[in-house]
Design a protein around this ligand. Structure first.
Ligand code: FA5
Length: 344
């Protein structure tokens, strides 16, 4: 019996040694140490062993059992460690590999200019107002002192929806809407960016749909000098350089006096180049003191209050700022064009 036990020990030890999976090891444990296992089967023959030999055989059997249990536990440890190492090897991440490039959009150059304009005026205490793009003839023209026979009211110049409703031709109706909303209170200090529409033929500097930013300040004692100061500060901030500015007399039915503001050419600094048509100056906006009739019409006593207004075209400003040669690039969504403004 001793020999059988010894042989079992050796056979089991070598089987344990040679298994390569945890499954196989489990089978071996059942085969040698289980209730119906080989060691138990040998011990069943104890009844035939002489009483003197029984304790010897018994202790040998226990020794073999605990030896095999230790061997199995050690093998189990080893197989588990190997399995873990295999998994780590398979799941290893190479963090130095370049990532998948996901296309990221960017701000459209026109919107970038509008956002910059907004930031500058907000920094000077203005609020951003909004108004409808589909506007009444009354707000777009009448309330702005634009008489019935003004050429802008011609069907050839504006997009009419009905005789009384049209796509706004400028952002100036928001002047009137903002004053009405304030119900006679001061100060009124707003800018209004937005889309406008005119029946202009599209070319390098004209679009039938373009953007404008309107500005309006109404308070006691507002003078032309404030208009010039604010707009000159704005222009320098927008172009990020020292600039000369000048006001030239102009005409708008809703401002009196009316002016256009020129800045020294951002390309040549005033010496004369193609961009400024050799004049050294570039016009960037129209402005003026709000006409008393417009103030009165919107509920403000023109004897007590004065104001100034201005309107500019971000499309043309963006052409200047980024040296773009054709306004139509802004509206044709050519990715080759738009991708050049990723960092703007
Ligand atoms: C006006 O529209 C006035 N409402 C501006 C104003 C507001 C004056 C407040 C005084 C007080 P004007 O028609 O000049 O003005 O247009 C203003 C700007 O819009 C122009 O300087 C130009 O930059 C831009 N603009 C005009 N027509 C077009 C067009 N077809 N395409 C692109 N930009 C245009």
């Amino acid at each position: 019996m001793k020999d059988r036990l010894q042989a079992l020990k050796e056979e089991a030890a070598s089987s344990i040694e040679s298994v390569s999976t945890l499954e196989q090891l489990k089978d071996l444990r059942v085969r040698y140490l289980g209730k119906k296992g080989e060691l138990t089967a040998i011990l069943r023959g104890m009844k035939d062993v002489s009483p003197e030999e029984r304790p010897v055989i018994g202790s040998l059997a226990n020794e073999i059992r605990s030896f095999l249990e230790q061997e199995i536990a050690a093998k189990e440890d080893q197989l588990e460690r190997e399995a873990l190492e295999d998994r780590l090897r398979e799941e290893k991440l190479d963090v130095t590999l370049p990532g998948k490039p996901y296309p990221v959009g960017s701000i459209h150059p026109l919107n970038a200019v509008i956002e910059q304009v907004e930031d500058i005026f907000i920094g000077m205490g203005f609020e951003v107002a909004e108004g409808p793009e589909v506007e009444t003839d009354s707000y777009n023209f009448e309330a702005l002192n634009i008489p019935k026979d003004h050429p802008a009211r011609d069907m050839q110049d504006s997009f009419y929806i009905t005789p009384e409703i049209l796509l706004r031709t400028h952002t100036s109706p928001v002047q009137v809407r903002s004053m009405e909303a304030k119900e006679g209170r001061v100060p009124v200090k707003i800018i209004c960016p937005g889309k406008v529409y005119r029946r202009d033929d599209d070319d390098a500097t004209h679009s039938h749909q373009f953007t404008q930013v309107e500005g309006l300040v109404v308070d006691r004692g507002i003078a032309m000098s404030e208009l010039h100061g604010i707009l000159a500060t704005f222009a320098e901030k927008l172009f990020g350089m020292k600039l000369e500015t000048r006001l030239r007399p102009s005409f708008f039915p809703f401002t009196e006096p009316s002016v256009e503001m020129d800045i020294s050419c951002v390309q040549c600094g005033g010496d004369g180049c193609r961009m400024c048509k050799n004049s050294g100056w570039i016009e960037i906006l129209g402005a003026g003191m709000v006409h008393p009739r417009v103030l009165e019409g919107a509920g403000y006593d023109s004897e007590r209050y004065t104001g100034f207004a201005f309107g500019m075209g971000p499309d043309r400003i963006a052409l200047l700022k980024y040296g773009i040669d054709d306004i139509r690039h802004f509206y044709t969504n050519d990715l080759r064009f738009l991708r050049q403004f990723q960092s703007v």
